[in-house]
Design a protein around this ligand. Structure first.
Ligand SMILES: *[C@@H]1O[C@H](CO)[C@@H](O)[C@H](O)[C@H]1NC(C)=O
Ligand SMILES: *[C@@H]1O[C@H](CO)[C@@H](O)[C@H](O)[C@H]1NC(C)=O
Length: 352
């Protein structure tokens, strides 16, 4: 009895599975302005007929061994094709070029041969992936933002090391046309200066993070000082060095290896290493301030602020040296004078 029941369950399950497999909507998501393939398969056979429709709008048809575009809707004109050499093997996939937001929707792929016909539904969604996430410390708050995203993104904060209190900052989302912008800021009371802050912006298909490292302080002398851009020992691809959040010091292009030092900073930049470290020379106290390195990797942005404190070490030393030399000279002269006076007095006494 139990065995029979079990068999029935298995068969029902299997049929369900087959049904689901044959009819399930295979969702496709394509990037805006890119080319997109809507997949459709059928059992090969003679006299193929293919009709691609979008909610009853004719997209692309094929029969009598050629494309039939007489009924094609204007909005698809010149943007569709099917792979002719693959039709005989049961591939009716549609290539849709230069995808736009109006292309979103449910597509129907109808195929028929002398062996039978078949219908498949393919929902298409359009994506504009997260491109870049900006993070910055502005006054007493930390701001994270990203823009030009579709569909609606989410934004989350985390810290490194992990903080005991979670950050519940509700992001603000704006839509401009189709595209979304998102931003969030942490206020002074939410910020712990000892932590690194990570902001993640994501959609179903894309995800990028931006990390703001905690501020570090280094002390440099007038002669030379190196400031690190990243902990990584491997060469970095794109970075920008800024001074006091505004002046650009160095930019590195994607080409790798070549960097451009701004005119103004040329006397002060000695070198830039493969890992992005900046070596400064010829420093004076007006070069005291915050040096920011922005490192842009494939899926993340890293921001490191370093406060450079300048000690006027060498001139202090000089003053001290002059002081010591002067002091020694005074003592020596005094000693000589005293000695001479003493001798003279003794001599006079001896004479008397
Ligand atoms: C159908 O053909 C296209 C173009 O060659 C290809 O990209 C796609 O993977 C094919 N589909 C299958 C299921 O073979
Ligand atoms: C140091 O800076 C001065 C101008 O401020 C410049 O004339 C001089 O050439 C610089 N020294 C070096 C070693 O670049």
């Amino acid at each position: 009895m139990i065995v029979v029941k079990f068999r029935v369950v298995v068969v029902v399950f299997f049929l369900n599975f087959l049904w689901a497999f044959a009819n399930c909507d295979v969702a496709v998501s394509c990037d805006l302005k890119e080319n997109c393939i809507l997949p459709c398969q059928f059992e090969p056979g003679p006299e193929e007929v293919i009709h691609w429709m979008k909610e009853n709008i004719p997209v692309h048809s094929f029969y009598y061994n050629r494309d039939q575009l007489g009924n094609q809707d204007q909005r698809f004109k010149g943007r569709t094709s099917i792979f002719k050499d693959q039709i005989s093997s049961g591939n009716a996939s549609l290539l849709l070029k230069n995808v736009n937001f109006q292309d979103e929707g449910r597509y129907r792929c109808y195929t028929s041969t002398t062996r039978g016909n078949k219908e498949l539904f393919i929902p298409l969604t359009v994506d504009v992936p997260v491109q870049k996430v900006y993070i910055e410390q502005s006054g007493e708050s930390i701001i994270c933002r990203s823009e030009g995203i579709y569909p609606e993104p989410t934004l989350t904060w985390s810290t490194y090391p992990e903080s005991s209190s979670s950050i519940e900052s509700k992001p603000s989302v704006q839509q401009n046309g189709q595209l979304y912008s998102i931003s969030s800021s942490l206020t002074r009371s939410e910020i712990d200066a000892g932590l690194n802050y990570i902001c993640t912006v994501s959609t179903k298909k894309s995800r990028r993070t931006a990390t703001l490292f905690k501020l570090t302080t280094v002390t440099g002398s007038e002669s030379e000082r190196t400031i690190q851009c990243s902990d990584s020992k491997s060469p970095v691809t794109r970075f920008i060095w800024r001074f006091d959040h505004s002046q650009i010091i160095v930019t590195e292009s994607e080409a790798g290896g070549s960097y451009t030092v701004s005119e103004e900073w040329r006397p002060y930049v000695k070198s830039v290493s493969e890992t992005g470290s900046l070596t400064l020379q010829n420093l004076s106290s007006d070069k005291k301030g915050i040096y920011t390195c922005e490192l842009i990797n494939v899926d993340e942005t890293l921001i490191r602020n370093t406060f450079l404190q300048i000690t006027e070490e060498s001139s202090h030393t000089q003053t001290t040296v002059i002081g010591v030399v002067a002091g020694v000279a005074v003592v020596a002269v005094t000693a000589v004078v005293v000695l001479l006076v003493y001798r003279k007095v003794r001599h006079q006494r001896g004479v008397v």
